[in-house]
Design a protein around this ligand. Structure first.
Ligand code: FRU
Length: 530
């Protein structure tokens, strides 16, 4: 199903004609109309969340309640670049179709509303509930822009807002801030969770080059507990948007704690990215496993996503898949160029939601991510081919019937190719996006240098992105999710993930493969997503 704001091409042509013939309007107006329609036609994703209008960055306050997934987001409702932050709000029953709701949180005397989280306070520990409905408690960063402008050394505190109607409307807590600034310039992005063993709330936030932990019985009074991370991990940028949760180790009944920490810049391919740490949390302190620390020090391959466009990923509160997997989603852009991408009506989309678990790896553990569609949303296979042999360049999918822009594609090889294998997505207007696998280097790559509009930022397509292959025993396979302006590739059941955005002149309608040596594909399937 297309979003309701998707305009038919006839309407588009009519608007274009009006724009070209209306002599009463100034030169600027018609252009704006055309631009707006171009945005919708060419770039508005089919199955990823975008705000109807204006700027968006990090996902915030995600929780699940009464059959609804709630997503709040960093939002500037009056401009298409970053500005005074509000929390926008959207609700979904399937994590694919989202309904945008009124703005949830507006700036106030303490500042603009930076990133944070929300929890369902089932037992009304905060005392902020009314009747039988548990309150939803949001804790976010108040960023005092006036203080920042006037040169104050620090200007971020943590504040609380509560909702007595399941997240639709919000009141700010009268005693804000609930956590004062302990003299840190960067002190933000609180993520709250309930800790069953302690019968208490815990919170992690980013403070300069480390994360901090706090504890509370009532979500209002917080005590500092510990800090983590000064001497481990990537520190090539500022630490932001941490999360902490338990994940199951695949195929066992055992769990480990995983700490997500976004860093900007410092990502493996430049700009923003999210790293993770595996260890234990005893209710006070997060301790990384010694083997994990060794593996990370030897080679930091512990990134949630190696593509350039997945930042600030955090988990949904009050929600777990029965096996214990947590579901996260991230902002599908990069601070290197987010404010200049060629959409004007809105800016940025969220990634697909992903279910996370742990898998044994290099004497420790690594993350495994799978796209998570709770309601399916797939059509029957529109293409299904088995036992394909290809030598040189071969076309795999050619689609004149449907555009490859609401598409899931699955490719399973007979084995792992011994020579470099390049895939190419393309269209008749000459746009192309290459991705593939180089067994000599044991790495995957994405190359978007020819993917339509790329000249809006020198940082956008200046180089290929690379990702290590972490799973080496199995035959190569991948799943690819293709929307109008993004692809998300999950290699080896999600051992290595790459998510990147692009801006085409028309949707892709061809997929080809080129390999130095003959390759054998056991199965190739293409599904529609709606
Ligand atoms: C991450 C971030 C957060 C901050 C928010 C401001 O992208 O910088 O640290 O809370 O964006 O919009």
């Amino acid at each position: 199903m297309k979003p309701i704001y998707f305009l038919s091409s006839m309407l588009f042509t009519m608007l274009l004609m009006i724009a070209c013939t209306d002599t009463n309007t100034s030169q600027k107006e018609p252009k704006k109309t055309v631009q707006l329609q171009e945005d919708e036609q060419k770039y508005r994703p089919n199955f990823h969340f975008t705000p109807q209008k204006n700027w968006m960055n990090d996902p915030n306050g995600m929780f699940y309640w009464n059959g609804n997934y709630h997503l709040y987001f960093q939002h500037h409702p009056f401009g298409n670049v970053w500005g005074p932050m509000h929390w926008g709000h959207a609700v979904s029953k399937d994590l694919v179709h989202w309904e945008e709701r009124p703005i949830a949180l507006y700036p106030d005397a303490l500042g603009t509303i930076f990133s944070g989280s929300a929890v369902v306070d089932h037992n009304n520990t905060s005392g902020l509930g009314k009747g039988d409905v548990p309150p939803i408690i949001a804790i976010y960063t108040s960023h005092d822009m006036e203080a920042e402008r006037s040169g104050a050394p620090y200007y971020e505190t943590q504040s609380l807002a509560y909702s007595q109607d399941e997240g639709e409307t919000w009141e700010k807590y009268a005693g804000n801030p609930v956590i004062k600034n302990p003299a840190e310039k960067d002190f933000r992005d609180p993520k709250v969770f309930w800790m069953e063993t302690q019968q208490a709330w815990r919170l992690t936030l980013a403070a300069g080059q480390e994360t901090r932990f706090y504890g509370s019985k009532d979500l209002i009074h917080w005590e500092p507990l510990s800090e983590f991370g000064k001497t481990i991990g990537n520190h090539n940028g500022v630490w932001e948007c941490p999360d902490l949760f338990q994940l199951p180790i695949q195929g066992t009944e055992t769990f480990k704690w995983v700490h997500l920490v976004s860093v900007n810049p410092g990502g493996p391919n430049g700009g923003s990215a999210t790293q993770y740490f595996v260890g234990d949390f005893d209710g006070e302190t997060f301790t990384v496993d010694p083997e994990f620390e060794k593996a990370m020090a030897a080679d930091h391959r512990f990134w949630l996503d190696f593509g350039r466009d997945n930042y600030a990923s955090v988990s949904f509160s009050n929600f777990k898949i029965p096996s214990g997997q947590q579901v996260v989603l991230g902002w599908m852009s990069n601070w290197d160029y987010a404010t200049v991408v060629p959409t004007t009506t809105w800016r940025s989309a969220m990634t697909l939601p992903r279910a996370l678990e742990l898998v044994p790896f290099d004497k420790t553990y690594r993350l495994q991510s799978q796209p998570y569609f709770p309601k399916g949303n797939f059509s029957k296979a529109v293409v299904s081919k088995n036992d394909l042999k290809a030598q040189g360049k071969a076309q795999l999918v050619s689609s004149s019937e449907y555009a490859l822009d609401h598409t899931a594609l699955s490719v399973v090889f007979k084995n792992t190719p011994r020579f470099t294998t390049h895939f190419q997505l393309s269209n008749s207007l000459g746009d192309a996006l290459n991705f593939g696998f180089d067994p000599q280097e044991n790495q995957f790559y994405i190359d978007r240098t020819a993917s339509g509009k790329v000249d809006f930022s020198t940082k956008f397509a200046s180089h290929r992105s690379y990702a290590p292959r972490l799973e080496t025993d199995a035959a190569l396979e991948f799943k690819l999710f293709l929307d109008k302006t993004s692809l998300e590739i999950f290699y080896d059941q999600g051992a290595t993930v790459m998510s990147e955005i692009f801006f085409l002149n028309a949707p892709f309608d061809q997929l080809s493969v080129e390999a130095t040596e003959g390759i054998e594909i056991k199965a190739l399937e293409v599904f529609g997503i709606d």
